[in-house]
Write a protein of this length. Structure first.
Length: 225
């Protein structure tokens, strides 16, 4: 190799090294962009905080134990414990806390009639039955194909839960269940709650509330064993 070619090769090597170092610096700049850390103060806003309050009606897409499960980093998800009854809400989703309706327990505010139940069945079959099943046993087609199965509505715990609990779960989600407040209106949520109650009653109706015609259609005790 001639001295001229050797010198040109060294120059190309030096140039490549400089260019590569520049790329690394550019990548570093991408990683460490100017930004506010959580709860860091900022002079840009009147309250001096960089963190802004979410707009009214914002719904979290993932939170708590369910937030890190999509990538599989946390492995199998163990559902959090039952959060208890929901805060009381009116038919439009407004809080009634402190309005004398009872501590965190609130019944369906909509008048119960056949039209409400039919609307609730329609919405339930669209949004709920794929996971919860048509009869609320937690055996919908999605659960049958390997996704986490929701609890049955016919357990003692959910039969005794207040209406407001179901409304809150539909609104905010629960465990791996996605919130539905952006696609189901408040009135339709209450209609679904009414239909869930009808499903529960269909599987657990007290005998003293049945008509003679209904009692005649029940199987004999030995046939139910």
């Amino acid at each position: 190799m001639t001295p001229r070619r050797l010198t040109a090769g060294k120059a190309a090597l030096v140039l490549a090294t400089v260019l590569l170092s520049g790329c690394e610096q550019a990548m570093h700049d991408m990683y460490a962009q100017p930004k506010y850390e959580p709860l860091q103060p900022s002079p840009l806003f009147a309250d001096g905080n960089s963190a802004r309050t979410p707009p009214p009606g914002s719904v979290p897409m993932a939170q708590g134990a369910a937030a890190d499960t999509a990538s599989g980093r946390r492995g199998h998800l163990t559902l959090p414990p039952d959060p208890g009854p929901a805060l009381p809400l009116d038919a439009h989703g407004r809080s009634l806390a402190g309005a004398g309706v009872g501590e965190r327990r609130y019944a369906n505010p909509l008048p119960l009639d056949m039209a409400l139940l039919e609307r609730g069945q329609q919405r339930f079959d669209i949004y709920c039955a794929p996971c919860h099943g048509l009869s609320g046993n937690g055996d919908g087609m999605i659960a049958r194909r390997g996704f986490p199965a929701p609890p049955s509505y016919h357990t003692d715990r959910l039969r005794e839960a207040p209406d407001s609990h179901f409304y809150q779960v539909i609104t905010q989600g629960y465990g791996v269940m996605y919130p539905y407040s952006d696609r189901i209106s408040p009135d339709d949520r209450w209609a679904i709650v009414a239909y869930i109650r009808a499903l529960q009653l269909s599987q657990h109706a007290p005998r003293d509330r049945l008509t003679p015609q209904d009692l005649a259609r029940l199987p004999a005790p030995e046939a139910r064993r």
